[in-house]
Design a binder for this molecule. Structure first.
Ligand code: 6PG
Length: 256
């Protein structure tokens, strides 16, 4: 059963997300000496990343994380070069990486610039196997996976009807996205569902119908991919703002 935290607005959601990030980082670093997180793309996480990297008075989160022990990965990427305006890596550079002392050797971007998206997926899969020391047939276990939610119910780059939703073996896929007329590179459900914690960030009224579908309608992941996110041995948390939660049944919302 997912945990739902209702926040007033996008700013409070970002601060709550930064707090969870810092808490999970401290736990992982204390327990295993490293924190391995898969970042989300899109616009919602921007504010979380700038809040984490905050300088000056607002930098409480920045100082809570031992950044030299953080290993950054991505949940998905567009099939574009790292300096492209659509690149999730570029967005993270602008908001997070350019401001924090994460060692370059611990930043593992998806190489969207490779000639074929399938090649980028295979390359990233090799990186995951190497970095997580994944034995054949098993999967990497992220300490945290950050995810957004599309208005059509997609998450990462798992879109409605995508063949990637049926992937049970590969760690990374490069599905064709008909609605975008483009390929994307994405972690597959077996990897996402092997995470210790999956944290959805959902803000804005344009997400309200999708969020209701995810949390309160019995629809298959084929139709609502975010419903395919069910960590078998991990926590599932939704940070949602009031605008995104406006269509949720009152029974789903925390009291008060
Ligand atoms: C991406 C993300 C994607 C995103 C949703 C929501 O690469 O864009 O992986 O799944 O999280 O589309 O995007 P917004 O946060 O911009 O609404």
């Amino acid at each position: 059963m997912p945990t739902i935290r209702l926040l007033a607005d996008a700013g409070e959601l970002a601060r709550a997300g930064a707090g969870e990030f810092a808490r999970l980082a401290r736990e992982a670093i204390r327990g295993r000496g490293a924190f391995r997180v898969a970042l989300s793309g899109g616009s919602t996480p921007r504010l979380l990343y700038t809040t984490l990297a905050g300088e000056g008075a607002g930098s409480i989160f920045r100082s809570l994380v031992a950044w030299e022990k953080v290993h950054l990965f991505w949940g998905d990427e567009r099939a574009v070069p790292p300096d492209h305006p659509d690149s999730n890596y570029r967005m993270a550079c602008e908001t997070l990486l350019s401001r924090l002392p994460v060692p370059a050797a611990q930043v593992h971007r998806i190489r969207g610039e490779l000639p074929e998206a399938a090649e980028a997926a295979a390359d990233y899969e090799r990186t995951l196997v190497d970095r997580f020391k994944v034995a054949p047939g098993s999967r990497p276990r992220f300490d945290l996976v950050l995810l957004g939610l599309g208005a059509d119910g997609h998450t990462a780059s798992l879109f409605p009807g995508s063949e990637a939703l049926r992937e049970t073996t590969r760690l990374v896929a490069a599905p064709w996205i008909e609605s975008l007329k483009a390929r994307r590179i994405t972690l597959t459900l077996p990897v996402l569902n092997n995470a210790a914690c999956v944290l959805f960030l959902v803000a804005g009224e344009e997400k309200a119908a999708a969020l209701r579908s995810v949390l309160s309608e019995d629809r298959p992941p084929e139709e609502i991919p975010a419903r395919g996110i069910r960590p078998a041995k991990g926590s599932l948390v939704f940070l949602v703002d009031r605008a995104a939660a406006r269509l949720l049944p009152a029974s789903l919302l925390p009291a008060g």
